[in-house]
Design a protein around this ligand. Structure first.
Ligand code: BG6
Length: 496
């Protein structure tokens, strides 16, 4: 279905996110005929430019980042909807001008007063921009028209700042108006976790501590920090990936079944399970974590320099580019089942997956088979590079004697479903326009995520460079990550 008519206002319209993701996603929606009948885009930035210059720049970005061949007719139709307005939160009259511009556009384009404000700005501008929108009355819902605010990641840099940002936003808008984006929820395979668990009868009965030994969540990247040194050095792998992307995966895998597939029920269960992550003292957080930084090495054909040698990175930086953690969830389903999480940059492969390790069968019957030949029973949800679900199990090898070998069954998305390549943002943007916030983060879930990692942030701050391991770019990561599992008698799933 088509969304209701609306104006789509992008703050930070000259930035990378708008050019790389937002406009190419709007283009894909336009190509699928999924934009509202009456629609307009208002680009906002602090420095003025003409409508034509903005359209040229967006078209250039679209040609560079489109996920499918650009049809000129569709592109022109979309770009003709775009106008530019200069506005700066520090300059209140400029927001009055934005208000007037919108009122006039709504009349001429017939978009009917529904407005979506997309904050594609650097994070420091989230609260001031939202504040200025609030003061100008632009977020007030009246005469049946909706007003929505989309906030990008990173949402805060620790528990206190996330709480402060939530408090600021909730002063000027209601929770149902706020759409906090985590692009992991736009990924088909991530959304499919709920379908796998709750639309099939065979998994849920064994999805608990009686049958599951532990769960591994891995997000490995080959890319180094590249041109994002300045941002990354004050952020690090933990803040950049864990309370948001990795916890999204964790909450979908670990949540209780929601009573309905609708936003309130799903978001309640997600928030509940994140709040159940066992609180840790700083000492325990240190014991249950590994942090490391890459030094120069070869990743594929590319030679990466030391992280500390990256532009805009402090040459004595203790920022981690890799983190591994062990967490526990305090509820009946998961008591005693460890969750191991790891993520890092400049590693040997690109891999995003959730691997569920089932308890081993009692082996007495097949005691003739060496235990390390037996496959571990992993059910793996592959998100990148291949969207897949695979099951590893044991089978009898052909022949007169009983010899066992590990085998696997693999379902690949691409073998069954043909989808146009996408940016991953289309579903999220479309959902904002139809008012479905099931795939967006609620304030309490965001805060529960930060709460769980805060002891680690505090402990690392105190430790400085103490405990920071180094690993070579292009390697499998630091030895400490293997040790974290080895001391529990476990190991990371091998990449097949
Ligand atoms: C972003 C992080 O949110 O996610 C990046 O800021 C990271 O550092 C990226 O590279 C990973 O996303 P994906 O979809 O490639 O796994």
């Amino acid at each position: 279905r088509k969304p209701e008519n609306c104006a789509f206002v992008i703050f930070g319209v000259t930035g990378d996110l708008t050019h790389r993701l937002v406009i190419p996603s709007l283009y894909n929606l336009a190509a699928e005929n999924l934009l509202p009948e009456k629609f307009c885009v208002v680009g906002v930035a602090r420095k003025g430019m003409s409508n034509d210059d903005l359209r040229d720049s967006l078209l250039k970005g679209l040609r560079e980042h489109a996920t499918r061949p650009v049809d000129d007719v569709v592109a022109q139709q979309l770009l003709q909807c775009v106008t530019f307005v200069e506005a700066d939160p520090k300059d209140p009259p400029s927001f009055d001008a934005l208000h007037k511009h919108l009122d006039a556009l709504e009349c001429s384009r017939g978009t009917g007063g529904n407005r979506l404000f997309y904050l594609a700005t650097p994070p420091a501008a989230f609260a001031p921009t939202a504040g200025a929108l609030g003061r100008t009355g632009l977020l007030k819902e009246d005469n049946g028209a909706w007003r929505r605010l989309v906030v990008e990641k990173p949402f805060g840099t620790d528990l206190a700042s996330a709480k402060a940002l939530n408090a600021e936003l909730l002063k000027i808008a209601e929770e149902h108006q706020i759409y906090r984006i985590d692009h992991y929820l736009g990924k088909e395979t991530v959304q499919n976790i709920l379908v796998l668990r709750f639309a099939n009868g065979m998994f849920e009965p064994i999805w608990n501590r009686n049958h599951i030994d532990h769960i591994q969540i891995t997000v490995e990247e080959r890319l180094g920090v590249g041109h994002r040194g300045g941002f990354y050095d004050s952020t690090g792998a933990l803040r950049d990936m864990v309370p948001n992307h990795l916890f999204q995966l964790l909450s979908l895998v670990a949540m209780e079944p929601p009573t309905r597939f609708e936003a309130r029920a799903v978001r309640n269960e997600k928030a509940e399970v994140l709040a159940a992550i066992q609180p840790q003292s700083e000492a325990d957080a240190l014991k249950n974590s590994v942090r490391a930084q890459y030094v120069g090495g070869r990743v594929g054909s590319e030679e990466l320099s030391d992280y500390r040698g990256t532009a805009e990175v402090n040459p004595d930086s203790t920022t981690e580019t890799f983190v591994a953690l062990k967490l526990a969830i305090d509820n009946w389903r998961w008591a005693g089942v460890p969750f191991y999480l790891r993520t890092g940059k400049a590693l040997a492969s690109k891999r995003t997956e959730v691997a569920i390790k089932f308890k081993q069968a009692p082996l007495a019957m097949f005691s003739g088979t060496p235990i390390d030949r037996l496959s571990q029973n992993f059910l793996t949800i592959g998100i990148a590079p291949t969207e897949s679900i695979e099951l590893q199990f044991n089978a009898k090898m052909p022949g007169p004697s009983v010899s066992i070998d590990g085998v696997e069954m693999k379902f690949r998305y691409g073998d069954y479903f043909k989808a146009e390549p996408s940016t991953g943002y289309e579903t999220l943007i479309y959902d904002c326009m139809i008012g479905d916030n099931i795939l967006f983060q609620r304030a309490d879930a965001i805060e529960a995520g930060w709460q769980a990692v805060q002891p680690l942030l505090d402990a690392w701050k105190k430790a400085g460079s103490g405990g920071l391991e180094l690993y070579r770019a292009g390697s499998e990561g630091p030895l400490g990550a293997d040790e974290l599992l080895r001391r529990d008698g476990r190991s990371w799933r091998k990449f097949t």
